[in-house]
Design a binder for this molecule. Sequence first.
Ligand code: ADP
Ligand code: MG
Length: 345
Amino acid sequence: MNERQIIDLLRTMTAADAPDLLQGIGDDCAVIRKNRQQSWLVTMDTLVESVHFDRSWHPPDKLGRKVISVNVSDIAAMGGTPVFVFLSLGLPAGFEVRWLTQFSRGMADACREYHCLLAGGDTVRSPSGVLVTVAVLGEMQTNRVVFRNGARVGDSVWVSGSPGRAVAGLELCRIGREDDPAFAELVEAHLNPQPRLQLGRWLAWNRLVHAMMDLSDGLATDLAHICTQSEVGAVIDPNGLRADRSLAAAAIMLHKDPGQWMLTGGEDYELVFTAAKRKSAAIVELAEKLRIPVARIGRIDDKQGVRTLQFPSGRNHPVEVDITFSGYDHFPGQEEDQPFRSGKL
Ligand code: ADP
Ligand code: MG
């Protein structure tokens, strides 16, 4: 049973309907009506030692920031604003007070930056390793919330920033190059990702996009969720996805394909979104104003799955190759090998 099948089982077994639950399981946040105009956005993410982070290379203050940032990223993916934070912390016996103090400082810094407040939580002893679950409550004008299921045939597919950096940073940490100044940006993308809160908010507020989500499991997998839920397909043109200089340099050093990193690496917390072609100029203008790079990487069509273009030598035309669900799964099926490493340990 893979991760999606587990979530589907939970959804089927506990199917619930309530008039104020505008979006339940299946999107980046649940959407719950707050009043006539506004909704609460609710999201929760868990980070587990040895699965999501390694204390030997992850500075505690950056980990504290990251547990907030990955949740704020889900709020950004719906176009909302974070308001309250809840923290459940599992600590092993004999944890260091210094570690906890620095972790808390990182969390507090991130909360200050995103203007949200720690409002509650739970503290328990963990049999082994640190376990952090954070839930964030955000708010949003209901009629401007952006869901995963709004992509339309003919839309352009866009992505912010440079996907693939976080998995490259992780690989560098794994070989002990976390302090190499040549790769500082990549390592930082893994240790301390920056959620695209402003971009998500403005895209939604200006009604520039039809569907949006954040990248946690890899571009191919996450875009596949938009496609499945919107009942469309997507084709990615790799010419739109250019590796920046440090990603290309790290790929050469580690004998990896930067294209695979960009398509399948996890934990980038960038935004992937689809928009009508006529909105392209407005999207570029907004991104320039916010100083956030965005790239148009493909289009939505009516064929199934997410495909990428390959250009075989000796052929005049590119061929489409299926890459649906080739990112990270916490419970990959026995028979389905994960083809590429993603951004988790
Ligand atoms: P994201 O990567 O955006 O945090 P996930 O892939 O973790 O989203 O989850 C996809 C959807 O499934 C979300 O709507 C999430 O709330 C829901 N979900 C995941 N795990 C569970 C669970 N154990 N119980 C109920 N809903 C879950
Ligand atoms: Mg998400």
